[in-house]
Write a protein that binds this ligand. Structure first.
Ligand SMILES: [Zn+2]
Length: 164
């Protein structure tokens, strides 16, 4: 992996940032296992919450092009220091990447960067494996009965509670 090239790609991606509100531009360059590099920039919105980070822009571009496996992402921003990915972006990385292998490269310049593994920045990530764990027995607070299946038992509504 050419870290210098990936750093340059992230720096170039930052130039495309759409950040009229924060004026804080971020660029990312995501290296897929295919060898392709996908650039991303932050894209802000007047309503704020639709704003998308540079890292997720890069991931969503790559995934929409059929990529599913990734090696590393380089990230750079308008700060005089390393810019770390936000929690939401770390979670998106955890969806597609092996936390012990995927590398996050925080870029100040082509020569000045720090490298982390994803599981250093997001230990104990919630993943699809968590959804496959057996369900807990859920005790119904009214009847004190176990569902036995993991399904929630809803209290039966009486006529009094159910009148509208
Ligand atoms: Zn983010």
């Amino acid at each position: 992996m050419d870290i210098g090239l990936l750093a340059e790609e992230a720096i170039a991606a930052k130039e495309r940032a759409y950040a009229p509100y924060s004026h804080f531009r971020v660029g990312a360059a995501l290296l897929a296992k295919s060898g392709k590099i996908y650039r991303g920039c932050n894209i802000e919105n007047a309503a704020y919450s639709p704003t998308n980070c540079a890292e997720r822009t890069a991931f969503f571009k790559a995934v929409s092009e059929g990529e599913r496996e990734f090696e590393a992402i380089a990230i750079t921003g308008d700060a005089d220091d390393y810019v770390y990915p936000c929690g939401v972006c770390r979670q998106v990385m955890a969806e597609f990447c092996d936390g012990s292998r995927f590398r996050i490269i925080l870029v100040n310049t082509k020569e000045d960067y720090r490298i982390f593994r994803l599981n250093e920045l997001l230990p104990g990530a919630f993943t699809g494996a968590d959804l496959k764990k057996p369900a807990k027995l859920i005790r119904d607070p009214v009847t004190n009965a176990n569902s036995g299946t993991g399904d929630i038992i809803w209290p039966v509504l009486t006529g009094k509670n159910n009148s509208h």
